[in-house]
Design a protein around this ligand. Structure first.
Ligand code: FAD
Length: 323
């Protein structure tokens, strides 16, 4: 069975959820082989085995961690020429997309970005990537016809499904080119993170929109989120107004989330917002306007003033947790 290379996104030994999603998608077409650049592969191996990785190519040589994007592209390029994989999958993060572009140039291959699904081609040759464009208004299907298909898949496009794999570690050594050393990392600053889960990885997300009214009122959204152990998101109207930081924006030009539960509070449901949350498993809405388009997506909806509903909901959740 042909190998599908999956570039691991990891933080030290911790495997990011998107990698498990890519492994799940890769199993549709062949045998997933993870490519791990940098240290931590031994620690991450167990998680990769749980999600069906047959092999883990480990490139942990000196200096690989010192440069931006290029080393991963060079490691992948070396593996593409060595093992002739059926495809290469990376996460459609800013770094993942840069790696995909560089790899495409190095291997003279076609590249597709922001895929939201992958299916086998009907003629049995290769894969078809689905892309959601114009804020989710149009779905297109694309296929690479030159070289090795390189596909950057959006985080949260597939639910990770466990399947056993051997995840055999195989060291790979790559001599970095001078070009790869052009942009060196000079300092790493650990981002200050609160107790809340990462927005794109959270199983519950509570988002606030223009209806929240101002920055101070976002404390209501945060309290509700904390009562549920959820991440906080925001519409672009709220982030553009400076009520909540841009890194928490959900939507076409923000983050894509696909949690078990998405709570939209004071958000109207513009197409650009939907593009970032419409694949959530359960959607709950709190909005005072019964005609708000977001209700079209809702599994549960409360028509009411959020300043009445949210504090009551937070108090009820707290009571429920105590009992
Ligand atoms: P509004 O549309 O103003 O809705 C506010 C809602 O709050 C209303 O439905 C109202 O009934 C309700 N409300 C008001 N007061 C209360 C109350 N007291 N209690 C309960 N409900 C109340 N938007 C995004 O979110 N993410 C994106 O990534 C994004 N990308 C974009 C990209 C482009 C190129 C463009 C053109 C736009 C983009 N937008 C994006 C903006 C998008 O079009 C909308 O303008 C935005 O999503 C609206 O945010 P909102 O729903 O919070 O505000």
């Amino acid at each position: 069975m042909a190998e599908i290379l999956v570039l691991a996104e990891h933080s030290g030994e911790t495997v990011k959820k998107v990698t498990l999603e890519l492994l799940t998608l890769a199993r549709r077409f062949g045998e997933p082989a993870v490519v791990w650049v940098g240290p931590g592969a031994e620690g991450g191996r167990g998680r990769l085995a749980e999600f069906g990785a047959a092999k883990v190519y480990v490139a942990d040589g000196a200096g690989l961690d010192d440069y931006v994007a290029a080393p991963a592209a060079e490691v992948l390029a070396a593996l593409v020429s060595r093992v002739s994989p059926a495809a290469v999958l990376v996460a459609a993060t800013p770094e993942g997309k840069e790696i995909a572009g560089r790899l495409a140039v190095r291997t003279s291959s076609g590249v597709l970005t922001d895929a939201v699904d992958l299916t086998p081609a009907t003629d049995g040759a290769g894969l078809v990537a689905e892309q959601s464009i114009f804020g989710g208004a149009i779905i297109v299907q694309s296929r690479v016809r030159t070289g090795t298909p390189i596909v950057a898949v959006r985080p949260n496009s597939a639910a990770p499904e466990p399947a056993p794999g051997a995840a055999t570690l195989e060291p790979v050594s790559v001599e970095l080119s001078e070009a790869a050393k052009a942009a060196r990392i000079t300092e790493r600053v650990v981002a200050q993170r609160g107790e809340r889960p990462e927005l794109t990885e959270a199983s519950i997300v509570v988002s606030g929109g223009r209806g929240v009214g101002n920055a101070e009122n976002f404390a209501l959204i945060e309290k509700l989120a904390d009562s549920l152990g959820a991440a906080v998101g925001a519409s672009r109207a709220a982030t553009d107004a400076g009520w909540y930081p841009h890194q928490f924006q959900v939507g076409q030009t923000g983050k894509t989330v696909s949690p078990q539960l998405y709570l939209a509070v004071g958000i109207s449901g513009a197409i650009q917002h939907r593009a970032g949350m419409q694949t959530s498993k359960t959607i709950m809405v709190i909005n005072k306007d019964p005609e708000a388009p977001i209700f079209e997506l809702a599994d549960f909806g409360v028509v009411g003033d959020l300043f009445n509903v949210v504090p009551q909901l937070t108090a009820e959740i707290a009571k429920h947790k105590e009992s």
